[in-house]
Design a protein around this ligand. Structure first.
Ligand SMILES: C[S@@+](CC[C@H](N)C(=O)[O-])C[C@H]1O[C@@H](n2cnc3c(N)ncnc32)[C@H](O)[C@@H]1O
Ligand code: SF4
Length: 412
């Protein structure tokens, strides 16, 4: 994760950091011949209750959702970022959280109208919204779709009431099923998020969850190994979790059972039916660009002479207050990615994809020659972690199973 080098820079500092030539490419020349596709990420930071395993920038809602103030600040945040993306087309929008399904239908409609007014959003852009089954309502889902949402991603986690309780979820399995049906009636494309290696979970229970999820006939599943994240309730009071061998067996079982039903595991945690891949996330993994708006949102933006990383202040109240000042003080980070970081950052994303990426896209997206990572490629190939395919950068099955070991080769 990138370090924060500028906290609350003033407008001069922001402009100075945007001056050309800050990445020392060879001879200081322009490094990118074309810009990658651009996506938009929007962060909605509130949840009805904080889940004990979650380290996302999500905050328990105290009282009413401050929707008006949030949307006003979002507009100010977006407008300050517009000079960074003038004229570029937006291929996808992802409204994530937190729990975006806490937004009213009118609020969501205002948000999407704002994006269309300010940005060149492609008519067929993928517009995903995350929803929690504990904050789901059929009429509202239909209204979201009428405003332009064409994909919903539901945080299901499990269909087992005991597991849901252990995870501190605000919904039970019946509500999860009802929310899936509501989403399927409202939008053409649905993703279900599930976690495995849950407290006390057996291999059989894991398989039962997977089979129930697949039976809904959605086009996409995200299956995450539950991890104990620092600064969460679970990190402080760890529940009894399946051991590493059982976790690995669950991962294997999931991959095999999903493949047998026609699901392609196209990324470490993502499974899709043909045509069902998440375009927004694929753009991240292919080292595309994304503008992030909302508290804690991250962005990566390419220019012909540099690649910039941005992050907004995480605290919702501070972000709202500072965004409205329109002086760049809502930025927690705004810095060019250094020349020597680019190779690792590219591989960190690209190798998550089962098919990897074309070797030429390394040159196109980083502005560097493949010679920059040639020693790492050689080492990783010799260890059997990287596919020797001359056309692609792709992990071998071994490299995919031990991705951290593979990535470590690209660290220096
Ligand atoms: C932002 S949340 C999704 C939407 C909504 N907030 C919800 O939970 O219903 C993204 C997903 O990340 C996964 N996730 C969150 N914390 C995790 C953890 N510690 N380990 C593994 N997966 C996690 C969950 O599957 C969750 O649905
Ligand atoms: S509902 Fe989702 S974002 Fe909110 S605390 Fe739970 S896992 Fe995190």
């Amino acid at each position: 994760m990138a370090t924060i080098v500028q906290r609350n820079p003033g407008p001069e500092a922001v402009l100075a950091a945007r001056k050309p030539g800050v990445i020392p490419g060879p001879g200081g020349r322009t490094i990118l011949s074309s810009l990658p596709p651009l996506s938009l990420y929007v962060h909605v930071p509130w949840c009805l209750r904080k889940c004990p395993y979650c380290d996302f920038n999500s905050h328990e809602l105290k009282g009413e959702l401050p929707e008006r103030d949030y949307l006003e600040a979002l507009q100010a945040d977006l407008e300050q970022a517009l000079p960074l993306v003038w004229g570029r087309q937006v291929i996808s929008i992802f409204i994530g959280g937190g729990t975006p399904s806490l937004l009213s239908a009118a609020g969501l409609d205002r948000m999407l109208a704002m994006f269309r007014a300010c940005l060149n959003v492609l008519p067929d852009a993928e517009i995903t919204m995350e929803a929690n089954p504990g904050a789901a309502e059929a009429g509202r889902f239909r209204d979201y779709a009428a405003s332009g949402v064409n994909r919903m991603s539901l945080g299901i986690q499990s269909f087992d009431d005991r597991a849901l309780k252990a995870l501190g979820r605000i919904h039970d399995a019946r509500q999860a099923r009802a929310a899936i049906e509501m989403a399927q009636r409202a939008v053409p494309r649905v993703n279900l998020d599930l976690m495995f290696a849950l407290p006390g979970q057996t291999l059989e229970e894991c398989e039962r969850d997977l089979r129930q999820a697949m039976a809904f006939g959605t086009e996409h599943l995200s299956l995450y190994h539950l991890t104990l994240e620092p600064n969460t309730v679970f990190a402080k009071y760890p529940p009894a979790l399946p051991d590493d061998d059982t976790g690995a067996a669950m991962q294997e079982l999931i991959a095999d059972a999903a493949a047998a039903q026609g699901w392609e595991r196209y990324e470490i945690s993502a499974y899709a039916k043909p045509g069902g891949r998440c375009r927004h996330n694929v753009n991240y993994w292919e080292f595309g660009d994304y503008l992030g708006v909302g508290p804690g949102a991250h962005g990566k933006l390419s220019f012909h002479d540099r690649i910039v990383r941005q992050a907004k202040l995480k605290n919702p109240a501070s972000w709202m207050e500072k965004a409205l000042r329109r002086d760049g003080s809502h930025l927690a980070e705004d810095r060019p990615v250094q020349w020597k970081e680019l190779g690792f950052e590219f591989m960190l994303n690209a190798l998550r994809l089962k098919e990897g990426v074309e070797r030429g896209s390394f040159v196109e997206r980083t502005g560097q020659s493949l010679f920059a990572i040639a020693p790492a490629i050689e080492r990783a190939t010799a260890k059997g972690l990287l596919d020797p395919d001359p056309a692609r950068l792709r992990a071998t099955p071994l490299g995919w199973a031990f991705l951290n070991d593979l990535l470590a080769e690209f660290l220096d």
